[in-house]
Ligand binder design. Structure first.
Ligand code: PMV
Length: 354
């Protein structure tokens, strides 16, 4: 298919990874804007691959027209969610009224592991939508503009997804100390960062894959009445500056202290919400104790972080992989559901598949 044909019919595929926050986004306002700045590692192995086939509608019909397959199967619940999302972003993509979209998505990681798929799936979809805009309108030819709009659209789908668009390390949220930072989209921040962070590893310990008792959406909303909210937002912003400095200097001790404090603060905020709730499991705490003990005894830079759930992300530099994998196998695997650990690492960001 050549030239103008691609303007009326075509197919695009993007693969986009998940990310793990080091300084957490927890609390939002307006059209999915963050109450504080956040930073994450972009992952490599946990990704979503999305293909969108687009075709000009044969008849003029009102509204958005899609079909959605997840892992080869029509999933009405996801289809309805994506339909609603696309209706909500017609102002960004007027072409959505004129085209029918066949969307097909699959994840690299197994279903129901407790790994949130919204960051990878929303960023993959956003990249496909921008790719189609580029094909049919000729806009977004500039790479920076393309990624910026993809990040905005991913943010509207699921806040933290906006960070997945960039390789290695991304920052989201306006902060005077960080040039070009914005609440609208994430920015890459790998420049001037110590190279040790470009090959960091993240072994995800699946403590439980059960559905969480309180969703992230509800958790963000509960920050509204949280008595510690204001000081939390200030703390997060000061953590950003400390973390960036530690990453420039390659100071793993300082870095790890902030990362672990962020994880525990996130869960402390949940426990201080109204109503309070706990997402950690007993094995989460046992694993944390074992990690801290192992670090002390072996003097090795291995640290944990947590998402809004019970699973642990074990973060460590690539050069101690051998020692850490033996530690995981001996002391942490027995604490995991079905002995499940997913080994991931910092990655190069999304990829267009031809
Ligand atoms: O993007 P959401 O709305 O699923 O929120 C993500 C929240 C955390 O994962 C807990 C933190 C973060 O910054 O990713």
């Amino acid at each position: 298919m050549q030239g103008s044909d691609k303007k009326s019919i075509g197919k695009v595929t993007w693969k986009s990874p998940s990310n793990i926050a080091l300084v957490k986004y927890w609390g939002k306002y307006g059209r999915q804007y963050p109450k504080n700045t956040s930073i994450s590692f972009t992952l490599q192995n946990a990704f979503t691959e999305t293909t969108v086939k687009y075709a000009l509608k044969s008849e003029k019909t009102e509204g958005v027209s899609i079909r959605f397959l997840f892992e080869g199967v029509n999933n009405k619940k996801f289809e309805e969610k994506i339909h609603q999302f696309l209706v909500s972003i017609i102002d960004y993509f007027p072409y959505l009224k004129d085209f029918h979209l066949d969307i097909e998505s699959k994840n690299s990681f197994p279903h129901s592991t407790g790994i949130a798929s919204s960051a990878s799936s929303m960023s993959a979809l956003a990249l496909c939508l921008c790719e189609i805009e580029k094909r049919i309108t000729g806009n977004l030819k500039d790479e920076k503009q393309f990624l910026e709009k993809s990040s905005i659209i991913a943010r509207l789908g699921s806040g933290s997804a906006c960070r997945s668009v960039f390789p290695h390390l991304a920052l989201w949220g306006k902060l005077d100390a960080v040039q070009n930072s914005s609440n609208d989209f994430a920015i890459p921040i790998s420049e001037n960062i110590h190279p040790i962070f470009q090959s960091f590893r993240d072994s995800i310990l699946i403590i439980s894959s059960s559905e969480k008792s309180v969703s992230s959406r509800a958790g963000h909303a509960l920050m509204e009445g949280n008595p510690y909210a204001k000081s939390r937002y200030q703390q997060a912003n000061s953590h950003i500056e400390l973390l960036i400095n530690a990453m420039k200097n390659g100071n793993l001790d300082d870095w790890g202290k902030i990362v672990e404090k962020e994880a525990l603060t996130l869960h402390a905020l949940m426990m201080a919400s109204e109503p309070p709730y706990i997402l950690m499991h007993p094995n989460t705490l046992i694993a944390i104790e074992r990690i801290q003990q192992f670090r002390k005894e072996n003097q090795l830079p291995v640290f944990f972080t947590l998402d809004a759930g019970p699973n642990i992300h074990l973060l460590y530099p690539d050069n101690i992989k051998k020692e850490i994998i033996s530690f995981i196998d001996e002391e942490l695997v027995p604490l995991c559901e079905n002995h499940r650990v997913i080994h991931d690492q910092v990655g190069k960001g999304p990829e267009k598949i031809d």
